[in-house]
Design a protein around this ligand. Structure first.
Ligand SMILES: Nc1ncnc2c1ncn2[C@@H]1O[C@H](COP(=O)(O)OP(=O)(O)OP(=O)(O)O)[C@@H](O)[C@H]1O
Ligand SMILES: [Mg+2]
Length: 543
């Protein structure tokens, strides 16, 4: 086959066919790619005997791909298939309509016909394989043991290049192509994550707008991809806006992330380091977990995709497992990338939204992927209630590290105040009495806000600014003092919960705050536990 044949999928197919898995289910809209892959595998030297490829649709019955045929019912076709004298890969379309989908129950005769085929294909003298192609289906329980679900990865760069070449070739007479080799690579990369059909549409649209294909079309194709990803409803592209300078404190975490910057580049291979799997960030609400995740995109210069775990389970889009696989596939297709799973406990925790069986399976899908993913996708998971997460999740080796983000220490609050105020203050019209961000003034604010989270500091800064705005003047110290004294921080109202998560973290997670920034705090809770502000949680490691 040509560059359009999905290689990884091809390899898996060969292995499964060789091991005589009788029935494979491929969930995809891209049936043509499955046929192409089957045809490639059929003549693979890895199979002892070459295979024929026969397709089935309701309207054409059994037929050679690309040829015509007579309408037959699927059970008749399966019976014929069992009797086929030569080793064959049968690619069945339309079968899912009979096996229960969209609220309709499975037809018993059809389920039985598939079971019969499974038995015959596994143990019969002539080795056959049935590939069921379906855009999404729930397997009847009777078939669960017989069927192996196989993932058709999204098209590779090579396959997309094939589409691009075809389109350019077909329009050669009427368009101008002005792409350097580098632009061409970027254009192909921009389309990665789309199906071949979608890529073809995106390229066609880019050409149609001005009968030209040049570097300016990269943005068009990227935009198309963003929309496709948004439409999937599960992933969202987060634009790279903030930088790590917008995150106050958490130096230990930042250092750790910094050291892994670039680990996906080919040059990293010289150090023989494994691609980092990901990081789990947990801790006190409002202290910068999500903020850090959003700033990662800029730090590493990679696309950041946020996975909505709630929607994976919502049943709005497809089956939960299929949703999860789809999202992970997409993240891999745009790799190197960062996959951000915010509030992961909402999906996988014991209080999660999925029923326990489904949530277990989806969770299994995710863990297996974490272990086996071939392309560099860095996972950044954030969680508040970590004790509700299944223990497998936290086992050593799943995530590269688990960090604990605590209430900011005094040094960190200085930093956060500086960030929050400098964002809002312009100095050009400052008059006497106006607030100035000096070491001394920030130090004072930090002192006044012991026990505040970053979010509470940010809110106090905003409400002080409103105070000044309402009188159409610049901010002064009084506004800030007032906003601070009006705030009752979470550390007061939820002291017990904070102590609880610190206790949890003290053995299991590394402090995101650097050692030097928490010198004045105790790091063991037991003797100081009466005052939530006298100690900080998380193990002390300096990266
Ligand atoms: N370390 C920090 N540096 C600067 N700003 C911060 C910091 N922590 C929190 N903030 C401010 O508070 C806002 C909320 O923080 P963020 O969403 O990151 O909290 P979180 O830890 O994810 O909380 P939650 O557990 O509630 O999701 C941020 O957008 C930012 O304005
Ligand atoms: Mg958050």
């Amino acid at each position: 086959m040509n560059a359009r044949t999905p290689l990884i999928f091809g390899t898996t197919l060969v292995e499964l066919i060789r091991a005589r898995h009788p029935i494979l289910l491929v969930e995809t809209h891209e049936g043509n790619r499955v046929i192409a892959a089957a045809e490639a595998v059929a003549v693979s030297p890895d199979l002892r005997r070459p295979r024929k490829v026969v397709a089935y649709t309701v309207s054409k019955g059994l037929h050679s791909p690309g040829q015509s045929g007579k309408p037959t019912s699927p059970d008749t076709a399966l019976n014929e298939a069992i009797k086929a004298p030569e080793p064959t890969i049968f690619v069945f379309f339309d079968l899912h309509h009979f096996l229960g989908s969209q609220g309709r129950p499975a037809e018993p005769t059809m389920v039985r016909a598939v079971q019969d085929a499974a038995l015959a294909f596994r143990t019969g003298e002539v080795p056959h394989t049935l590939i069921i192609v379906s855009p999404g289906m729930t397997l009847p329980t009777d078939l669960e043991k017989e069927v192996t679900v196989v993932d058709l990865p999204l098209p590779t760069a090579g396959e997309i290049e094939g589409v691009l070449d075809e389109i350019v070739g077909a329009n050669a007479a009427s368009i101008v192509v002005d792409l350097s080799a580098d632009d061409r690579q970027r254009l192909i990369q921009a389309a990665q994550g789309l199906t071949l059909g979608e890529a073809e549409n995106a390229f066609a649209r880019a050409i149609a707008s001005d009968r030209r294909l040049d570097a300016s079309d990269i943005a068009l194709v990227l935009d198309e991809k963003r929309q496709t990803i948004r439409k999937s409803g599960l992933l969202e592209f987060i634009p790279a806006e903030g930088t790590m300078n917008d995150v106050g404190g958490l130096e230990n975490l930042k250092k750790w992330l910094n050291k892994r910057n670039g680990s996906w580049l080919p040059e990293a291979q010289r150090w023989s380091i494994p691609a980092p799997k990901g990081v789990l960030i947990t801790g006190v609400p409002g202290c910068g977990k999500s903020l850090t995740a959003t700033c990662m995109a800029t730090l590493w210069g990679l696309p950041l995709l946020r996975l909505d775990v709630g929607r994976v389970f919502s049943g709005l889009v497809g089956s939960s497992e299929q949703n999860m696989r789809g999202a992970l596939k997409l993240a891999e297709a745009v790799s190197p990338s960062i996959l951000w799973i915010d509030e992961i406990e909402k999906g996988f925790g014991s209080s999660g939204s999925g029923d326990s069986g489904t949530s277990q399976r989806v969770f299994g899908t995710f863990l297996t992927w974490m272990q086996e993913k071939k392309n560099p996708v860095f996972v950044i998971a954030t969680a508040n209630k970590i004790d509700s997460l299944p223990p497998e999740f936290l086992r050593k080796g799943r995530f590269d590290e688990i960090f604990f983000v605590d209430l900011p220490t005094k040094e960190e609050r200085v930093h956060i105040w500086r960030i929050q105020l400098e964002k809002r203050l312009t100095t050009d019209s400052a008059a006497s009495g106006d607030f100035e961000t000096t070491e001394g003034s920030l130090e004072l604010l930090a002192e006044l806000t012991e026990g505040f989270s970053g979010a509470e500091i940010a809110e106090a800064a905003v409400s002080a600014c409103f105070e000044a705005f309402s009188e159409r003047r610049m901010l002064n110290e009084k506004d800030l003092r007032r906003a601070i004294s009006n705030t009752v921080p979470l550390s007061v109202t939820q002291a017990e919960q904070i102590k609880g998560i610190r206790d949890w973290a003290s053995t299991r997670a590394v402090a995101a705050t650097s050692i030097s920034a928490r010198e004045e705090y105790s790091t063991t809770g037991a003797e100081a536990s009466t005052d939530v502000n006298s100690w900080r949680g998380g193990r002390q490691i300096d990266f």
